[in-house]
Design a protein around this ligand. Sequence first.
Ligand code: PGA
Length: 255
Amino acid sequence: MAKNKIIIANWKMKLTLAESLEKAKKFKEKFKGFSRGEVVVCPPFIVLDEIGRLFKKTGLKLGAQDVFFEESGAYTGEISPKMLLEAGCQYVIIGHSERRRFLLENYAMIHQKVKEVLNIVGLTPIVCIGEESEERKTDKRDFVLVDQLQQALGGINIMENQQVVVAYEPVWAIGSGLAIEPSEAEYAHKIIGLALNDMFGLGVVNKNFRIVYGGSVTSKNVKSFADLENIDGLLVGGASLDPEEFYKIAKGILR
Ligand code: PGA
């Protein structure tokens, strides 16, 4: 069954607030009338609300780059899933490798985050997994991917109305200009799909899960990914900062 493809722009911490708003306006112009698949933009927290208002009544959707794993309470500096929904988010990236590396986020935390996000109707987690370069070289990739999936999602019951996006982002391919070979991405997606089938059953995976690729995607290599059967979309970092370039990638994958 063909799934509704999705493309996600992750702006990380690369823009000032003024630049984020400027960029969001350009996205709005560029994607006017664009109605293929889903296009999600993930700006920094403090401009979510404003960009959420800007995107109202457009086809563009809003996502956050992170979230906290409790509903509310004494958690200085943190943002709850409900707050994201209030700001207009429909998606949230969870467990990006940069957070795992710089904030020491682990899969126990990621698991809690996914659970809390799934409690909020209308908010979908984008769960990042992916092997390090060393793990790839030593043939541990398949094991690492299955283990990360089990830690992040194991034991969670996915309800009829809940959606999960799994983002396969090999750590060595992020921001490096070294995109994975499409055949290798296809293989990794197959491993991820099989592991998810084992965990949730084929019916749930077909209806409630999408698997996207992330890591050095550009308008030059998008076609090779778009041709693969088991890729439901893309997560784009660097190339999403240029509205024209991102638009080309969106057109390439959402055909
Ligand atoms: P990149 O980043 O496209 O710049 O490699 C992808 C990501 O970190 O999500």
